[in-house]
Design a binder for this molecule. Structure first.
Ligand SMILES: [Zn+2]
Length: 336
């Protein structure tokens, strides 16, 4: 399938198709950027374009035996390595040295069918230190006709010596229109109303998996509760405010709720700065957010945001949830 079918990522597409066109494909690339924006998909399309029987001006044909085998994970010259868990109960997935050694063995042979051997290492930051050291040798002296593509959303967790040997290609969050069309045709979005898709697009930060995973009903409930809360900030309503703290402490997803709260406060600050509804994260709530800006100074809203940041921080250090939330609301009342 040609690069054109990958939505967004114009800059990455440009870099890759230029390299193919000019015959200047590097030995190793690092694809980095947010999760779920098309990095792995682009790496596989690159592998297809390099080995395609009838490549066009815009990447692979998508229908020749080579392209089909890569799509099915059965091409003898194209390898995809991903982190795996040591056992079903293990907490973290990793790429281990045995897997790197196995890959190096396969890369050592000349290509069976294709023109290029391609290894895509997804979640490259999950290589453990031994795996990294072993892989470094391949990066330093790559076998001929070999392309290595390291894919990561956490490049800062990788060894600088690995990064410095790769050509970096940066990926960006998907623009709303690209994300919307991906969601509209995605099997998981069957039966979704337009408003729901729109809400997911708005809240996804340009990431497909995030847009699909969002629990829209839960978010809607949190937002309702938080709007009510922000509307009642007063020392005279401490009973209501403390009741909310108690309920959240008893079983709410505190981090998620605070994230929503920050989003709403951020929107209040944006409205106070004179921006229109199109600048809001919670665009669908514009008419309900506007009245909440009344009687609050911008400094007050910023002070409240600051209180949320601090609360999140101390909760990460295992502070008591109910006390921390109560303290945060006291600071809100003081600011409001
Ligand atoms: Zn093809």
């Amino acid at each position: 399938m040609p690069f054109e079918t990958i939505l967004g990522q114009g800059q990455a597409k440009h870099i890759i198709s230029r390299a193919i066109e000019n015959g200047t494909v590097a030995h190793a690339y690092l694809y980095y950027g947010p999760e779920s924006v098309g990095k792995k998909r682009m790496a596989m399309e690159f592998a297809k374009a390099l080995n395609c029987a009838q490549p066009g001006t815009d990447g692979a044909c998508g229908v020749c035996p080579s392209c089909l085998k890569i799509d099915q994970g059965q091409h003898p010259d194209v390898f995809l390595l991903e982190p795996t868990k040591a056992s079903s109960t293990a907490r973290d997935a990793a790429i281990k040295i045995e897997e790197i050694r196995e890959l190096q063995k396969k890369l050592g042979y000349t290509p069976y069918e294709g023109r290029y051997k391609v290894a895509v290492i997804d979640g490259a930051e999950k290589m453990n230190p031994q795996a990294c050291n072993a892989f470094l040798k391949t990066l330093e002296e790559p076998p001929g006709s070999t392309l290595l593509i390291l894919v990561t959303s956490n490049p800062y967790q990788m060894l600088p010596t690995l990064i410095s040997r790769c050509q970096g290609v940066m990926f960006h969050p998907l623009p709303p229109e690209a994300l919307r069309s991906i969601l509209e045709t995605h099997p998981d979005s069957e039966g979704m109303l337009d408003e729901e898709i729109e809400l997911r697009v708005l809240r996804s930060q340009g990431q497909v998996a995030r847009a699909l995973a969002e629990d829209v009903a839960e978010i809607a409930r949190y937002r309702e509760e938080l709007l009510a809360l922000i509307g009642q900030l007063s020392f005279r309503r401490m009973d209501v405010l403390f009741q909310w703290s108690r309920e959240v402490a008893r079983g709410g997803d505190t981090q998620k709720i605070l994230e929503e709260l920050l989003g709403l406060l951020r929107d209040l600050a944006v409205l106070q700065a004179g921006c229109g509804a199109e600048a809001l994260n919670n665009r669908d709530l514009a008419s309900r957010l506007a009245p909440l800006t009344q009687g609050k100074s911008r400094a007050a809203v910023l002070h409240m945001m600051d209180a949320v940041f601090r609360t999140r921080h101390i909760l990460n250090m295992n502070a008591n949830v109910q006390l921390s939330l109560e303290n945060m609301l006291l600071q809100f009342c003081e600011a409001a």
